[in-house]
Design a binder for this molecule. Structure first.
Ligand code: SF4
Ligand code: FES
Length: 268
């Protein structure tokens, strides 16, 4: 029992206002998140409530600065026994939510394994290694192998821009750069073209090359890629492997801080 509560129960300092606050708090809408009562407010999703409470739910296409997208399904949780995407499922009073049962972690591993084989993710050769959310989430859920056969798709690398390159082999189609460029930068430089297995990221310029756009280091879209698909030039190995964000702390502790760290680096 908190010190504040015991003071009230002792009858010292108890006021009608304090009692009414206490009643309001006890009536606050909440969900039961892994057995803990977690409050939420109107309009919040389960992901929002969990993040506010400091509970990490693995995610890739979600970034709290953007509207939920709900495409990667890595944030799968159970709500009253049924699976749902935490980033799109609205929090509702008294939901019983589980975030990390073995069945959920197995499902996440399966989703991540498919992401790894659909693209060409060669972590030891990637400048984003140690700063990559895909890699960090895979470690977090205990993915030890790709399990499925690699597709080895043939995808290009666009090095036409003076400050960036895009390695389409690593794109997981989260659309964060699409959303950032359209909704925050007002440039609409990226889009997803095609459907299903043929979906791919494209650059909205007459040539389809990034170098023919006004993409800029200050753009929000330059700082949101959760993998190593959009990378800054001139910064290769500035920070050695082993000292990078997720080398130092698991993603469950630092969450989406990679974008902030990248922003710091670009301003150095
Ligand atoms: S380039 Fe990066 S941010 Fe853009 S869709 Fe691909 S993975 Fe997402
Ligand atoms: S983080 Fe929820 S679906 Fe991608």
């Amino acid at each position: 029992m908190s010190e504040q509560s015991s003071v009230r129960l002792d009858g010292q300092g108890t006021t009608a206002e304090a009692v009414s606050d206490e009643v309001a708090r006890s009536e606050e809408a909440s969900i039961l998140l892994d057995g803990q009562k977690v409050p939420f407010s109107e309009g919040q999703t389960i992901m929002d409530a969990a993040m506010a409470a400091g509970t990490y739910i693995p995610h890739l296409c979600h970034n709290p600065e953007f509207k939920p997208h709900g495409s990667c399904r890595v944030c799968v949780v159970t709500v009253n026994g049924r699976t749902a995407a935490a980033c799109t499922m609205p929090a509702q009073k008294d939901q019983v939510v589980e975030t990390s049962t073995e069945a959920l972690q197995t499902e996440r591993r399966r989703l991540l394994q498919m992401l790894f084989v659909e693209g060409n993710h060669v972590c030891p050769a990637c400048e984003a290694s140690g700063n990559c959310q895909l890699q960090a989430v895979a470690y977090y859920v205990g993915m030890l192998s790709p399990h499925y056969n690699h597709f080895y798709p043939q995808r290009p690398v666009d090095a036409s821009h003076p400050d960036f390159f895009i390695d389409f082999n690593r794109c997981i189609l989260c659309e964060l750069c699409v959303r950032a460029s359209r909704d925050m930068d007002g440039k609409d430089l990226f889009a997803i073209s095609g459907r299903g297995i043929n979906s791919r990221l494209v650059v909205n310029s007459p040539s389809g090359r990034l170098g023919d756009t006004d993409f800029h280091t200050g753009d929000k879209a330059a700082h949101v890629c959760p993998v190593g698909a959009i990378l800054f030039k001139h910064q290769g190995y500035d920070k050695p492997i082993g000292e990078r964000l997720y080398d130092r702390q698991p993603i469950s502790e630092v969450g989406d801080a990679r974008a902030a760290e990248q922003g710091d680096q670009s301003n150095e």
